[in-house]
Design a protein around this ligand. Structure first.
Ligand code: FRU
Length: 511
């Protein structure tokens, strides 16, 4: 392999700098940037007996910069081992960054990466403009050579009126007949988003095929990071729209995530039957999926959102950016369900459970009223605490007559610091709130989701891993994820209820 100076430098830098980060300073089983900045998951694949995860990566600082691809491998999707950076911006067609992309295995056993190469082009009027084109790199699971024929999908292969600037995030699919297709996010003339399809016999020579889906300015504008799969008899397109407007409790302002569920029509475009947000929390974006060897569709996203990431320009963090817990997907009643991968169950220890306990009472108060141990006047249970845990709480009204107005679960709590989930059964609204989590910035701290519940009961499975919370609601019908900026000593968990509710609690440490 001929390695460029840019990649050699990046590899040397990450290896040296990584040594200053202690294991306790990272999440336990969420993949975090080896050093510096991380955004989207890329090239999520199973290759030569291991799961491979690449990611958008700027090793040299904790803010976004010229994009490299970081790389890690895992046998169980939870314990990740870093490998040297796979790609660096070192060719004329990717000088300004190796943006997001995907991976497939070639028939000869080599791994093929397709990514978006960003470069500048001169325009007829003499000005210069960014250009995004699709490029290949071929490798053995550690070292990758950029293909000499790059770019393989150029901006001249776009349908009429399509943006040459917004043309990115190729997701390659291996077809049953051995051929390939790739989905690419693009901005058509109306300024919104569309997902283009290109096809190829050999994965090196590509031609334009058509349009899988058009946004038509319905869900935000440009659609980033498409992925597509068939699951439980449905066709599913997932995209990450930019510039969304809120729609009830379903979609929120800014960058979001969207699943379009339906079936493919004869012309190869997606016929939509349902649309929904993928995550209803604060931090989740640009997910990618794979089919595991045992046939599960598993999704991992970037556990962050762009507005927060751009607002919190702290240059001196040792690492900035982590990926979500891998989630097993299914379609139930036309909706996307997500569950933490079952491998997580092998990491459970120290079970503590309480069945059918009554929680009643809530005092008017704010963070300052909490007692030293963070429990305040809430009800806490011996053994139910921790920052790296798997906690399921099933809440139901005492009986039909004595319902409750709201139920609060506080977690990552100590002194004046805590985060919380508030369930209001009458409004059917579940809120995630990290306002008192220790955050010192004017970022989004709360988000609400509409959770249908006939009798006010709800089941919430909380996965905490040092710097994050992911709440899987009602067996994964909805998920709310958020990054936590709370010191690790804050490990208290407590419950309160305006009214009377009965709960089952089951908690495991994750080790
Ligand atoms: C999504 C995204 C992609 C792009 C990458 C750049 O978060 O904007 O569309 O490829 O990040 O880092």
């Amino acid at each position: 392999m001929k390695m460029s100076e840019v990649l050699r430098e990046a590899r040397k830098y990450e290896e040296l700098t990584e040594r200053s980060i202690r294991a306790e300073e990272r999440p336990v089983f969420h993949l975090s940037a080896r050093v510096g900045w991380m955004n989207d998951p890329n090239g999520f694949s199973f290759y030569n007996g291991k799961y491979h995860m690449f990611y958008q990566y700027h090793p040299y600082s904790s803010i976004w910069g010229p994009m490299h691809w970081g790389h890690a491998v895992s046998e169980d999707l939870l314990r990740w081992e870093y490998l040297p950076a796979a790609l660096a911006p070192d060719e004329p067609c990717d000088m300004d960054g190796c943006f997001s992309g995907s991976a497939v295995t070639l028939p000869d056993g080599r791994q093929l990466l397709m990514y978006t190469g960003v470069s500048m082009e001169g325009l007829p009027d003499g000005s210069r403009s960014e250009r995004q084109q699709q490029c290949l790199a071929i490798g053995d699971g550690i070292d990758y050579d950029k293909y000499s024929g790059n770019p393989v999908i150029t901006s001249d292969m776009l349908p009429e009126g399509s943006s040459r600037i917004d043309f990115r995030d190729p997701k390659m699919l291996q077809m049953e007949d051995g051929s390939y297709q790739v989905l690419i996010g693009n901005r058509p003339a109306d300024g919104s988003g569309q997902i283009l399809i290109y096809k190829s016999r050999d994965a090196f020579h590509w031609e334009y095929k058509g349009i899988l889906s058009r946004n038509l300015c319905r869900f935000g504008r440009m659609w980033e990071c498409p992925d597509y799969f068939e699951l439980d008899g449905k066709s599913v397109l997932i995209v990450s729209p930019q510039d969304m407007l809120p729609e009830g409790f379903e979609y929120h302002n800014g960058n979001g995530t969207l699943a379009l569920i339906g079936h493919l029509s004869e012309d190869g475009s997606l016929c939509e039957e349902n649309d929904q947000a993928i995550d209803y929390g604060i931090d989740f974006y640009a997910p990618q999926t794979i089919l595991t060897p045992d046939g599960r569709r598993v999704m991992i996203g970037w556990l962050q959102n762009w507005d927060t990431a751009l607002a919190m320009r702290e240059k001196k963090l040792k690492w900035n950016g982590q990926l979500s817990i891998p989630r097993e997907l299914s379609i139930v009643d036309g909706r996307l369900y997500q569950k933490p991968v079952r491998e997580l169950e092998d990491r459970r220890a120290n079970k503590v459970s309480y069945a059918d306990v009554m929680i009643e009472g809530e005092e008017e108060r704010n963070a300052a009223d909490l007692t030293e141990d963070g429990q305040g006047t809430d009800r806490a249970f011996p053994g139910v605490k921790g920052r790296c845990i798997d906690l399921t709480v099933k809440i139901r009204p005492e009986d039909v007559q004595t319902s409750f107005d709201r139920f609060i679960i506080r977690f990552a709590a100590a002194g004046a610091q805590f985060s919380m989930l508030t369930w209001r059964p009458k409004e059917q609204v579940l809120k995630i709130d990290r306002k008192f989590s220790g955050s010192r910035r004017a970022i989004i701290h709360q988000r609400r989701a509409l959770v249908p519940s006939e009798d006010g009961s709800i089941s919430i499975r909380l996965i905490l891993d040092r710097f994050s919370v992911e709440a899987f609601v009602n067996d994964g019908r909805q998920v709310l994820s958020a990054v936590l900026y709370t010191s690790q000593e804050a490990d208290g968990i407590s419950f309160s209820c305006r009214g009377r509710a009965r709960v089952d609690i089951e908690k495991y440490d994750l080790i």
